[in-house]
Design a binder for this molecule. Structure first.
Ligand code: ADE
Length: 428
């Protein structure tokens, strides 16, 4: 078996942590038990480009139990948990190509190593696997019956491919399932982002001016949790509806040019590039903390280079000194004498400096992944090269199972209520 992980001797620690996470993934465990009996993924080769975490390990075991041959690579150079990667290889015989801190070249070498196995299903978090197939590994597309996508940024990339007519197989937008983004993006990103900021800085949030750029589901989650810790939350937005929602949720809303002057902590969660730029860094208070919880490390403008690679702008350009002051914190001293602290190299702070979303929320996200793979195995032939939603029945079934695992029951409609909802005649 080919693999590339940091150190196989970390496997024991990884296996224990996987076991711990698994205790909070009841829905995925139920699916795993059924998959073991029914083997719905038999004969499929599943390449997954995901954050290599304890929760991903539980998903990989589920997919393997379903009969798939599973191989994994990282969906971010800094999110791999090396002990988990070792445990998957050593204790579960699942090939993994991922090392925390790998450079961009190794990151793509690992994606290509997984693609060398000629997968028949892809599973992505950010669409790097699918985009590699469509750019440098085009010949592989004919073997692929379909794929799934975990995150907002990936779904946006895939929709753009579909609109331009370049997509070569069907994709299921797992992110868009209600049991995914309502919970993972909001409560998962909310808690784990705060966790990453606190673990790396040990700063008190109470009383701090906490600027959140972007008020999508992830931004809402981070704002809610920061406010819960008594931070003074400021939102920046480009969408008038979301901005209005943030105002009505009780937050201050203003442009980043104004927020830059007053923030103590800045966190980007927009999915777009260059959200906080050189002109904003220059205005920041001495000691400001900046981080990102969006998928790619492009939201903070760290370094702008011209075609020849010459540094022409960004934080690096206005810094005269930089040092690692504590794990996951780089202190930049600017030419104006002020210091700015960058967390986790501007990559997803919740996965770089903490452990990503807690398992009980990944339970639902990964239940969607497992069931979407089963759906593809059964239905891919009837699908076109488009982006499809997770079928509503799967989404509701996951919500039902999650509630059941929590010991919560709910009401059902009476026949009269059903009739009332189906009628239009009855008014005042
Ligand atoms: N994305 C965010 N948190 C995650 C986790 N714990 N595992 C896998 N992917 C994630």
């Amino acid at each position: 078996m080919k693999y590339d992980v940091k150190d196989l001797s970390l496997a024991k620690k990884g296996s224990l942590r996987i076991e711990w996470a698994n205790q909070n993934m009841p829905v995925l465990n139920l699916i795993q038990q059924r998959f073991k009996k029914e083997k719905p993924l038999k004969g499929l080769k599943l390449a997954a480009c995901l954050h290599i975490t304890t929760e991903t390990a539980s998903l990989a075991q589920t997919l393997k139990a379903g009969g798939a041959e599973v191989m994994l690579c990282a969906s971010n150079p800094l999110s791999t948990q090396d002990d988990v990667a070792a445990a998957l290889v050593k204790d579960h015989q699942i090939p993994v190509f991922a090392i925390k801190g790998e450079n961009n070249k190794t990151y793509y070498d690992h994606i290509n190593a997984v693609l060398d196995q000629k997968p028949t299903i892809t599973m992505d978090d950010g669409a790097d696997l699918v985009s590699t197939v469509h750019t440098t590994r085009k010949s592989l597309a004919k073997n692929i019956i379909g794929g799934t996508e975990e995150t907002t940024t990936g779904v946006i990339r895939l929709r753009s491919m579909a609109e331009k007519g370049v997509l070569k197989f069907p994709l299921i937008a797992v992110n868009d399932a209600d049991t995914k983004h309502f919970f993972d993006n909001r409560y998962g990103t909310g808690q784990s982002t705060i966790d990453g900021i606190i673990r790396s800085t040990n700063r008190l949030l109470a009383g701090s001016a906490f600027v959140i750029c972007g008020y999508g589901w992830c931004g809402k989650g981070v704002a809610m949790r920061a406010q819960g810790m008594a931070a003074n939350v400021i939102i920046t937005e480009i969408d008038p509806l979301r901005a209005l929602e943030a105002v009505m949720d009780g937050y201050r809303v203003m442009p980043i040019a104004e927020a830059a002057l007053i923030g103590d902590i800045f966190c980007t969660v927009t999915g777009d590039m260059s959200v906080i730029r050189e002109e904003h860094f220059k205005k920041m208070k001495d000691g400001a903390i900046i981080c990102n919880a969006g998928h790619f490390n492009v939201e903070l403008e760290l370094a702008c280079r011209d075609k020849k690679g010459k540094l022409v702008g960004g934080l690096e350009k206005i810094a005269r000194k930089k040092r690692v002051i504590r794990e996951y914190v780089e202190e930049y001293t600017l030419t104006n004498g002020k210091k700015i602290n960058l967390l986790g190299e501007g990559r997803l702070v919740n996965l770089a400096a903490a452990e990503g979303h807690p398992s009980s929320v990944m339970d639902m996200s990964f239940a969607n992944q497992a069931l979407a793979s089963e759906y593809l195995a059964k239905n891919a032939r009837e699908l076109k090269s488009q982006v499809y939603p997770v079928p509503k029945e799967i989404d509701r079934e996951i919500a039902r199972l999650k509630l059941k695992s929590m010991g919560i029951s709910i009401d059902t409609l009476t026949p009269e209520q059903k009739k009332y909802l189906a009628s239009w005649e009855m008014g005042t």
